[in-house]
Ligand binder design. Structure first.
Ligand code: FPP
Ligand code: MG
Length: 336
């Protein structure tokens, strides 16, 4: 089973999520549905709602209206973070299309993001499931903290790997993990099942962002749908750059220190640094760490008894799809 089989099998459930996504951003303020519709039809993969649907199914609940609307909630929160993140990162292209901030301006991007967050909370309030509201708002708090931490520590080459992984956990793993967790909660998962799903989501989220960080330096822009080198230009010290810096000779270290302070990095600078990353196996190191989290993610789901264990294979396919976005490395780099 691969990712295409998963989307094919979930086709009618994902269509219900899509319907909910497109119905819930209605507003008599025309700019809101206008921008939301543009954003929601820009070709997102709907990984988070997919995790909600799959976790519910794994725990024995079908993709009924309740599960579907929670899929919509997590996608709205995700969309809002991207709207805000693209303002912070001054991104102009995402998923191969102009970003909302590039097309309508930063104010519109921030405010529509705020609308989607409000809408998500309103949907949650319809049922007042305390555990679910708490889980989602905690994850949202964590991802905002991650965004702020990353911004506050930008252009500081001396950050350590623990800090980098902490930012990844907060900004990406938290929301991916809770997306799966609420599927389990809606299906009355046992404590053992819920723990396995949370651990899966945490590790999957770590792998997901590590892949993104590797691809930010090393991908075909047309395939990636967004420009490469954004982290470097923004001075975000992600794992590939951290690894390179710590394995660089004194001359290269000085060059990296100068680059990271420079707000006018050009394409040649990115190319130069990517060349060194290949030479020092910094991309491979990052991909190998992603592989480590992927293997661990898969193992967690095998530690609990689930009513519908056949869905474990579906999770595996989603996880493998994330890793397949980059050609497997031939590195000897080890995971610290
Ligand atoms: C993408 O990372 C950014 C995030 C996953 C979250 C950042 C969080 C915020 C900006 C806070 C906003 C929060 C809310 C609730 C509205 P990236 O820049 O590495 O990924 P990218 O390359 O896809 O942009
Ligand atoms: Mg960004």
């Amino acid at each position: 089973m691969d990712f295409r089989d998963v989307t094919q099998d979930l086709k009618s459930d994902l269509a219900k999520v899509e319907k909910a996504i497109n119905e819930n951003y209605k507003s008599d303020v025309p700019l809101i549905p206008g921008i939301s519709s543009y954003l929601m039809n820009c070709g997102g993969k709907r990984i988070r709602p997919m995790l909600t649907l799959l976790a519910a199914k794994l725990c024995g609940r079908d993709a009924d209206a309740m599960v579907v609307k929670h899929g919509c909630v997590v996608e709205y929160i995700h969309a809002a973070t991207l709207l805000h993140d693209d303002v912070v990162d001054e991104t102009t292209v995402r998923r191969g299309k102009e970003t909302v901030n590039a097309k309508w301006g930063s104010d519109a991007s921030i405010l529509v993001g705020d609308f989607l967050i409000s809408r998500a909370i309103l949907i949650l309030a319809e049922d007042c499931e305390r555990k679910i509201i708490q889980a989602i708002t905690e994850a949202t708090k964590s991802l905002v903290e991650g965004g702020i931490l990353e911004y506050a520590e930008a252009r500081k080459i001396k950050v350590n790997e623990k800090h980098i992984l902490d930012v990844i956990y907060r900004k990406t793993a938290s929301i991916l993990s809770v997306s799966a967790r609420i599927g389990g909660l809606l299906a009355n998962a046992t404590e053992q099942q819920e723990t396995a799903i949370i651990s899966f989501g945490d590790d999957f989220g770590m792998a997901f962002q590590l892949m993104d960080d590797a691809l930010d330096y090393d991908a075909d822009e047309k395939v990636l749908g967004k420009p490469t080198g954004t982290d470097f230009k923004e001075g975000h010290v992600t794992l590939p750059l951290h690894h390179l810096y710590h394995n660089a000779d004194r001359k290269l270290k000085k060059e990296i220190e100068a680059f990271i302070k420079n707000e006018n990095i050009n394409a040649d600078d990115v190319k130069y640094i990517v060349g060194h990353m290949h030479q020092h196996k910094s991309i491979d190191y990052t991909l190998n760490l992603a592989r480590y989290y992927i293997d661990r993610a898969k193992s967690h789901l095998r530690k609990a008894d689930f009513p519908e264990p056949k869905y474990i294979e579906y999770f595996d396919a989603v996880v493998d799809y994330i890793h397949s976005r980059h050609t497997a490395p031939s590195s000897t780099a080890t995971v610290k």
